[in-house]
Design a protein. Structure first.
Length: 272
């Protein structure tokens, strides 16, 4: 992935450090999506519903807006509608907008508003269902998306050089007396950009998500203890051993593990 992805990941660290990141931000991710992770490459592989697995979602959990301006290395000047201000070349006098300036390269401005977290409600049931599939078509290279955070709107800019800048038109009707970073994501559009390595603004997106897989040591042990998993030639189907299903229902953490972002392609532990 690009250097912009590393800059972005560093910017959204902290509370989101152990989440996977949708990249690019136009990528949509949903609870129940299936991914195939093999040899460091991750690709989409359908959904749990394609494999006959249903699940219930727990009620959405609202999160505070995410507002990041690189510890002050990004400055934002707001322009009210009807005012003529120096330094605005692309906005009309009637426009409501903002001028964004970066003082360092590899800096980021990230804004997400209207954030809500959703996830699978019954993890023991999911563990049991994935275990059933492992006797046929599921293995430890497959990942299931179990949590996502959606945002109503968002804006991302990363600088390729110092003195990078942009002009942004803001949504008409925003409260001009109390303009802030959150307004950069509410129906905003980037009119001019200079020196940016990444720029995006848009509506509904899913910036953060989490995935699980069958635990690799557990999966190897189950194969060794209960082979053959698939029916032999001329034999009837081999059922999943009840003791394994009981283990999944009693302790899903013994069967499933959350996959950290260090296994997502493009992860850079140095943050450089």
């Amino acid at each position: 992935m690009s250097g912009s992805h590393t800059v972005y990941r560093k910017a959204v660290g902290g509370n989101w450090a152990d989440w996977w990141l949708a990249w690019p931000l136009v990528q949509r991710v949903a609870v129940g999506d299936v991914l195939h992770n093999l040899d460091g490459r991750v690709r989409t592989a359908g959904a749990l519903s394609d494999r006959g697995i249903g699940f219930a979602l727990r009620p959405g959990l609202p999160h505070r807006d995410f507002l990041y301006d690189a510890q002050g290395t990004v400055s934002v000047r707001f322009k009210t509608a009807g005012a003529a201000m120096d330094g605005f070349a692309s906005l009309a006098v009637a426009d409501l907008g903002a001028a964004v300036e970066f003082t360092k390269s590899k800096s980021a401005l990230v804004v997400f508003t209207g954030m809500v977290e959703r996830g699978v409600e019954n993890h023991p049931a999911l563990a049991a269902e994935l275990l059933r599939l492992s006797w046929d078509t599921w293995d430890d290279s497959l990942l299931a998306v179990t949590q996502v955070v959606t945002a109503r709107s968002g804006t991302l800019m990363t600088s390729a050089a110092s003195r990078a800048s942009a002009e942004v038109r803001l949504q008409a009707g925003a409260g001009q007396a109390q303009l802030g970073l959150a307004d950069l994501a509410a129906g905003a559009s980037i009119l001019r950009a200079q020196g940016l390595s990444e720029q995006w603004t848009g509506g509904e997106c899913t910036p953060f998500f989490r995935v699980v897989r069958l635990k690799k040591p557990w999966f190897r042990a189950a194969k060794a203890d209960y082979e053959p998993r698939q029916p032999g030639r001329g034999a009837g189907p081999v059922p999943v051993p009840p003791v394994l299903l009981e283990e999944a229902l009693d302790d899903p953490g013994a069967v499933l593990e959350e996959v950290g972002p260090e296994e997502q392609p493009g992860f850079d532990p140095s943050g450089e």
